[in-house]
Design a binder for this molecule. Structure first.
Ligand SMILES: *[C@@H]1O[C@H](CO)[C@@H](O)[C@H](O)[C@H]1NC(C)=O
Ligand SMILES: *[C@@H]1O[C@H](CO)[C@@H](O)[C@H](O)[C@H]1NC(C)=O
Length: 241
């Protein structure tokens, strides 16, 4: 009798763990893979994969950008200047942020460099990042929407509101009226989860992601493999195969 009770308890635990949503993740044969480092940013600027002259070689659509409200599609004004420059009107859309899919998997967006240079030919690919260290067992599937020359080889600069504006002082200050250094510090951004309350409502969940799913671990190392982009990510950027 005791034995039956025990196996029922195990069955219940098993059912619970498999009841989480588990989307199919499809690795790309011969795709990019390796070990990498992460940082984080949110400079409010239109991401570099939003310019069609940058990504036209791959016949992909540019990443969708938004007007100053962070919601209205501004991609229609093709190649509008980024709000990070004088007279710019295109900003990062506030919904291009991370969200939790299940307790071990999240989806989101990232800037990246694979070569240490500006890898615009990698715009809109997707990679599955497997965190190392304290976050081992958790994975973050990101679409690459941005790139940049200050990035190192295999560096993923994760797009997280309140993650720091870096060297771009004009984006968040013109879009949301922050000081030039944005929310928190220019590199790293806010320090405490409560500071996410300072951000516009649309960006607060994306800010808390770092403190909740990522357990406030600072720039964890990762291993990565290239995977097919989930429809949910492509729907938010309009970019991808
Ligand atoms: C979350 O989804 C991924 C992808 O399907 C799956 O491998 C993982 O087991 C899921 N996590 C849990 C806790 O169910
Ligand atoms: C945004 O505008 C572009 C250009 O007109 C269009 O291709 C894209 O589908 C639009 N995105 C949405 C979500 O409506």
């Amino acid at each position: 009798m005791k034995l039956i009770v025990l196996s029922l308890a195990i069955l219940a635990a098993f059912d619970y763990s498999t009841s989480e949503y588990s989307p199919t993740i499809i690795p790309i044969n011969g795709g990019r893979e390796g070990d990498g480092i992460t940082t984080r940013y949110w400079d409010c600027c239109a991401p570099s994969c939003a310019w069609d002259q940058i990504i036209h070689t791959k016949n992909r659509k540019p990443v969708q950008t938004c007007k100053i409200d962070g919601r209205t599609n501004s991609t229609v004004e093709q190649n509008a200047q980024s709000g990070c420059y004088d007279g710019g009107v295109a900003y990062m859309c506030s919904n291009q942020v991370a969200w939790v899919v299940n307790s071990t998997l999240a989806y989101g967006f990232s800037a990246a460099s694979f070569t240490g240079g500006v890898d615009t030919d990698q715009c809109c690919i997707c990679v599955l990042l497997s965190f190392k260290g304290q976050l081992t067992g958790k994975k973050f599937l990101v679409q690459i929407t941005n790139t940049g020359s200050p990035l190192a080889v295999n560096q993923f600069d994760l797009a997280m509101p309140g993650g720091g504006v870096g060297i771009f002082e004009k984006g968040c200050s013109s879009q949301w009226g922050t000081p030039p250094w944005g929310w928190g510090r220019p590199v790293g951004g806010v320090e405490f989860e409560e500071e996410c309350n300072q951000l516009p409502a649309d960006l607060q969940e994306g800010c808390r992601f770092r403190f909740q799913f990522m357990e406030n671990v600072d720039n964890p190392d990762v291993s990565f493999i290239e995977v097919q982009c989930p429809a949910e990510l492509k729907a938010l950027t309009g970019c991808g195969d």
